[in-house]
Design a protein around this ligand. Structure first.
Ligand code: ATP
Ligand code: MG
Length: 428
């Protein structure tokens, strides 16, 4: 029989990995809390239509990356490839955008059928922010400052660069598209197949091309920033001023267009040179047209998504994971003989009295030797040993596993006091 395996590009997160994830997520969530952002959770499945209508038919995601299948009723469903569309759908459906602003965040798995490699997976995780109802540029700056703080407080500020662009209004983009198509059409033969196709379907995406020859052609191409409408130009200038006032450094990158169709005005990415080709750790922008496009009232909005796997790789590569993240067992309770019931009563008593204590209560019997071996392996500092005599007498033996100290037999109340004192100084 064929061995069962996980799907390629979809990773198990093992117990030894989770302390790092908890640290990363905990740090980011605490920062979101400090900015008064609130969490939203949406289903991982949505009607396929939602992503087609928001992300855009002619994008990498919709053209070739979505996990789409027919439900048993024949509805076409898709595993979410990103968080913004679902968030907009949920806000609209639940009246969260009616006459009010929202500052929201989400965290969870996203799914894209891409070629798996370092920093690129088929199931990956994003923490993202979406804010609604504010035209900016102050809120654009807040969102950028928030992302900057996340990277700073994780210790990776010096390894990332903020790339910033304005995509202008949709009218300005349409004008610019024409200019770009005019320019590139002269060199149609020199473009690769993808870009030739995009010349008709989605010319702005050519700016994003990784092909060096195409990039060269683009050096002399018209620049989106030179085609901005007045409103977008002012917005961009004011945003830059606020970032300057906050000492946030950035590079203006006129070729930054983002892979999704719904962006306009502010667009940005935080990129690093530490992760090879998968260098974008955070990406986002303004999408004032999306809510209306999905059937709601016109509502300005801006957001970003952080790829958590990439961010974690960056923390690892730059030695920014704190020591001792793994919380280990502090006390190992061994149970000798017919004392199972007593042992579990004692364990619960200890957990009631010492809520911070990390206690492992041995189950399944075994010899003294084998239980002590397990206690040692658990890295516990102390072992409690409950034998039949102790259980009878309401006592328990206390053994120091990492110090030369004699074993003692104590009443339960005294054990609680001893443990409280031993671990009071955070010595674990
Ligand atoms: P890329 O250009 O690397 O494909 P993208 O533009 O498709 O990225 P977005 O849709 O903007 O990415 O998603 C936001 C962030 O999510 C990315 O910056 C990245 O950190 C992360 N991300 C996107 N796709 C993947 C993936 N397949 N595996 C891991 N992380 C990903
Ligand atoms: Mg992509």
């Amino acid at each position: 029989m064929k061995k069962l395996q996980a799907i390629r590009g979809m990773n198990d997160l093992l117990p030894e990995d989770s302390p790092r994830w908890q640290y990363l997520e905990g740090t980011l969530k605490a920062i979101l809390q400090r900015y008064s952002y609130r969490e939203i959770r949406t289903p991982v499945l949505e009607f396929t239509e939602l992503f087609k209508r928001s992300i855009g038919e002619v994008t990498d995601i919709v053209e070739k990356e979505m996990y789409t299948f027919d439900d048993r009723n024949g509805d076409s469903l898709t595993l979410r490839p990103e968080g913004t569309a679902s968030c907009v759908r949920a806000c609209e459906e639940n009246g969260l955008l009616y006459n009010q602003t929202q500052r929201l965040w989400y965290l969870g798995p996203m799914f894209r059928h891409e070629r798996p490699q370092k920093g690129r997976y088929r199931q990956f995780h994003q923490i993202g922010v979406e804010v609604f109802g504010m035209t900016g540029p102050d809120i654009d700056a807040e969102v950028l400052l928030l992302s900057a703080r996340m990277l700073r407080e994780l210790g990776v500020a010096e390894y990332v660069t903020l790339q910033l662009n304005s995509l202008g209004s949709s009218e300005a983009r349409a004008e610019y598209k024409k200019a770009l198509v005019d320019y590139l059409s002269q060199y149609r033969e020199q473009l690769d197949e993808d870009s030739q196709r995009r010349l008709e379907s989605n010319p702005l995406r050519i700016l994003d091309s990784k092909n060096p020859d195409t990039q060269k052609l683009l050096d002399d191409a018209p620049r989106l920033l030179d085609h901005l409408d007045d409103d977008s130009r002012q917005h961009f200038e004011q945003l830059r001023k606020i970032l300057d006032a906050n000492g946030v450094a950035y590079e203006v990158n006129p070729r930054l267009v983002r892979g999704l169709d719904y962006y306009g005005k502010t667009a940005f990415e935080w990129v690093t040179d530490q992760l090879g080709a998968q260098g974008t750790v955070c990406a986002g922008g303004r999408y004032d047209g999306l809510v209306e496009q999905l059937g709601g009232k016109p509502t300005p909005a801006i957001g970003f998504g952080i790829g958590l796997e990439r961010l974690l790789l960056l923390l690892e590569a730059t030695n920014n994971l704190p020591e001792g993240l793994e919380k280990q067992t502090q006390v190992y309770l061994a149970a000798m003989g017919e004392v199972q019931s007593h042992a579990l009563v004692l364990a619960e008593q200890l957990r009631d009295a010492l809520p911070e204590l990390q206690l492992l209560s041995h189950c399944g019997g075994g010899s003294f030797k084998s239980q002590m071996k397990k206690a040692d392996k658990s890295q516990a500092e102390l072992a409690l040993i409950l034998g039949e005599d102790e259980a009878e007498a309401g006592k328990v033996a206390l053994k120091y596993l990492r110090e030369e100290r004699p074993q003692e037999t104590l009443a339960v109340a005294d054990v609680i006091e001893r443990l409280r004192a031993h671990f009071a100084n955070g010595k674990a």
